[in-house]
Every structure is written in C-alpha cells, then in structure tokens.
Design a protein around this ligand. Structure first.
Ligand SMILES: [Zn+2]
Ligand SMILES: [Zn+2]
Length: 255
C-alpha cells in the first residue's frame, strides 16, 4: 500500500492511499492534484473520505465524482457536499481492504470525524483532518475547549506507532510555539531539527507518529508539570487539564 501526501493550496495535504490499482483520497479540497496523481499512476478512485466541512477539505469533491467508483464517506453532523455516506462515532468502514474506525472528534467543527485504521496492523494510519497536527492542534472554531481536549485525548490513546496524517503542514510553526511552552525539552529540539531538514529538502514532515506527538505536542501534555506551569504563567487559573488546554490554545491563537 502506498501513502502519498499531495500538496494543495498553501499548506494543505490531500492524503492518497493506493495499492497500484485503486486509490482513496482524504479531504480533497482541490480536484487538480488528485486528478494528476490518479493519471500519473493510472489509478481508479475507489472512495473519498471527508473529515469536516471546511472548503479546503471538500472543495474538490464534486469535480472528482465523474471518476469516482465508490462512496464519499463523511461526517453525519457536518454539512458536506451530498451525496455522502454519513458516519457516526464507532462506525466502521472498509476501504482498499483495510478497516477504519470512525471517531467523532468535535472542537474544530462540531461534526469533525477522524478515521483510524483498525485491523491491529503495525503503523496504523490515522486521518485526523484539522484536529491533531504535529506539534499542535486545530483551532477551536465551533466546539468548546473541553470538547477539543477530549477529542485530542481519544486520538492520543491510539497505538503509539500510529501514523498521524494531518491535513496541513503546520509543523515548524507549531514547534516554535511548543518550544515556547517547553523551552528545555531535548526531544523537542531534536524533532525540530529533523523537521527543518525535511522542509529544507521540500519533503513533508508528516506523517508523524503518536509516540513522537506524546513527547513533543504541548496539547497532548496538559498534565506535564512544565506545561501546567507555562499555562499558569499565561493565565490558567486552574490546573485541571481542560483549563491548561484552554490557556495553551488561547496563547497559541495570539502567538
Ligand atoms: Zn478546518
Ligand atoms: Zn484545513
């Protein structure tokens, strides 16, 4: 199975998974890079997966429908282009022979879902849209900090070797913030060096692994004493994880 991050717009990735014959794509905000990748390898488009309703994630769907030979799968609770097979938390789908579990992860939008490969295979895939980014997380546009924190906690509880396929290349700017939160972290310094080398070579920093994210992503580390202290210095009035998360997210919004 081949995994490709197709660049789109300024910093989006449209993830493509293919077996040499059939392909699926996740969040095709633009049809053009998908068409080009399908043509390049002479692939059939077997399904489209959608995490949430934002235009940079759904804008290319209708243009791709004529060559689509399967369903569009998307969130039941976000308005996305129809027809679309509506998915709820706990649903399972199979694409290219691989089972994926649907997680409802509200916060960035109220209907946002993620797709987690669920066959116990090593290095399972996670397509998490704009909820979890490497070194950061999505803005809380529609939900509450408590909802977003719970959503991130559910993603963080997936297997450590999970490959986190985020929808944007935000890693370097996220790591600048992460280093402001935990300036003494040697894990962060090493990861930032590695990611800068990838970007200097015009390569994606993604997918990241959950094992890495748990070490370096401040939004998954809201119980770490250094992170709690940094959040309190930025106005968190309580030390519970939601208050810490909310203070971090607010700080990042203006960073
Ligand atoms: Zn979004
Ligand atoms: Zn987006």
């Amino acid at each position: 199975m081949n995994l490709l991050a197709l660049p789109a717009f300024a910093d989006n990735y449209i993830w493509m998974l293919h077996d040499g014959v059939r392909a699926i794509v996740v969040d095709p905000g633009d049809a053009a890079p998908v068409q080009a990748a399908l043509d390049d390898a002479d692939l059939e488009l077997a399904a489209i997966l959608v995490t949430h309703r934002h235009p940079d994630h759904v804008g290319g769907i209708d243009e791709l429908r004529p060559r689509l030979r399967g369903p569009v799968y998307g969130p039941a609770l976000d308005p996305v282009p129809q027809p679309c097979q509506a998915l709820h938390d706990g649903d399972r789908i199979e694409v290219l022979g691989l089972p994926f579990q649907v997680l409802h992860v509200p916060g960035h939008t109220l209907g946002h879902i993620a797709f987690a490969q669920a066959d116990g295979a090593p290095a399972p895939l996670l397509f998490c849209g704009d909820t979890l980014f490497s070194g950061g997380c999505g803005r809380v546009f529609e939900g509450t900090p408590a909802q977003m924190h719970l959503s991130l906690s559910r993603l963080a509880a997936l297997p450590a070797d999970t490959r986190v396929c985020c929808a944007h290349e935000y890693t370097l700017s996220n790591l600048r913030f992460a280093q402001a939160v935990e300036p003494h972290s040697t894990d962060l310094a090493a990861y930032a060096t590695q990611c800068r080398a990838h970007r200097d070579a015009q390569q994606p920093t993604l997918p990241a692994t959950l094992a890495t994210e748990r070490r370096i992503n401040p939004f998954l580390r809201c119980t770490e004493p250094a992170v709690v202290a940094a959040a309190q210095a930025r106005g968190a009035t309580a030390t519970d994880t939601v208050a810490v998360f909310a203070a971090l997210r607010e700080w990042k919004n203006h960073f």
